[in-house]
Design a protein around this ligand. Sequence first.
Ligand code: AHR
Length: 547
Amino acid sequence: MGSTLNRRRFLTELGRSGAFVAAGSWLSAIGYTQTTKAAARAVINRGRYRSELDRRVLGAFLEHLGRAIYTGVYEPDSSLADKNGFRTDVIGEIKGLGVPITRYPGGNFVSGYNWLDGVGPKDKRPTVLERAWNSIEPNQFGTNEFIDWCKLVGTEPLLGMNFGTGSAEMAMAYVEYCNVAKGTKWSDLRRSHGYEAPHNVRVWCLGNEMDGPWQIGHMSAREYGQKARDVGRQMRELDPGLKLIACGSSNRAMPTYLVWDREVLEECYDQVDAISLHCYYGNTPELTGNSSARFLAMNLDMELQIHEIAAVCDYVQGLRKSPKRLWLSFDEWNVWYRQRAGDATNGHGTFAPKLLEEVYNLEDALLVGGFVNSLLRQSDRVRLACLAQILNVIAPLVTNKTSVLRQSIYYPYAWALQYAKGRVLDLAVECDTYPITGAGLRPDMARDDKVPFVDVTATFDPQSGQTAVLMLNRDLDSERELILEWQDPIPKRVLACETLTGSDLKAFNTFEDPKRVIPKPLDPPAAGARMTFKLPPRSYTVAHIAS
Ligand code: AHR
């Protein structure tokens, strides 16, 4: 009896100190070992890497929703518009970011969208009542305008298909319209619209969130999987090189989570290349108990979802004895919890209503930094991902009549786009942890675990010899040291080092005060084989290092 009590006390103490891996923790899978030492330590060796980075993992999403297109991307009456009606200040911002791929036109919107309404002479295009967001859609911006805009901002188009009200026939007509050179009904229609050369869109989403009862045309996994197989097979006839993404579960809270993914893939595995994952996160009583410490751990929930969906893909691959390994497309992710209901999601039959206009604060930006780290860390499997969204609607960039505001979440995303290049390194990290508990939380977020105070990822570009290190300090009260131990290469110079931090986690930028949450320079350690970064409490930091 006595020894049991002692053992219990011993384990309790150990648990407090964070010295052992909590039962069920999967941190070792992402290269983390727990330690009680105050300083975290990461070993960097360019020979150990997780992936050749496909930069499309840093993509974005643009939907016909609220003010994203109309009065955002497209505002012909604005003095800031070019001859096509595109806002030049928006073009400048998005081009400056260097977004590698942009998903369009939805989202929920796509499931009721007739792409034919949005092509051809503008004065002949119908104005329709858009049903997903209950808004007026004048169709003045459509596929061809999107492709033109993509060229201007330097992004690759990723087109979504209507699997809700849309037939397989119209889906195929769309591919033919976009990708066939000439001599067929739909390709010649495109040419008659002034687009002689095909758009040659390489990546396609086969529908959107078809598992969701909110989705127009929602259907069962088997029905969806069969339709995806049919359209996928026809698309491959047309061009075997297209990359096709099947609709996966909308999030981990869905009652059909994983079963949907398995059943869909059992139907269409051979005809697709990837499956989609979506998730939005928030600091609410239900999801985090309003705990910022739990909130900042949510990028690890994203990684859990990645592991689970990858496991389903591998299971179906095994069942089918297929040589093909699917990759994952995390094509909607962000913080989104304030503007999620009522008037924020209902346009009440108006044009360009203010919908989903989430205002982002410092803690949201820190978590977005965490998501960037997670996506990079998982980029061996997640080859494509889209920050949802890019403009006005749950977005890093917001327009008013005269300018564009950078919200707090702009900065971590921009850093990854600017610096993360080459290979994602496989870091061995030792770090002190803090406990999180699942008591009282929604089941998909309810887990007892240990969370490393410091979250770090790094890329190495063999061409330039430069390394980018992205560091999240989740410690809300204290500075944390991170020792980078370089085995190879040995750094010669720190090219840049900046941090995003502040005393108020709830601070945000406005048009009147756009610089409340912006990066500031951080004193880096001297370049060398052992570099100790002093990460401010509540911070996300980038270091760009030459070797
Ligand atoms: O991005 C906003 C919406 O969130 C998308 O339209 C939908 O796919 C998701 O539910």
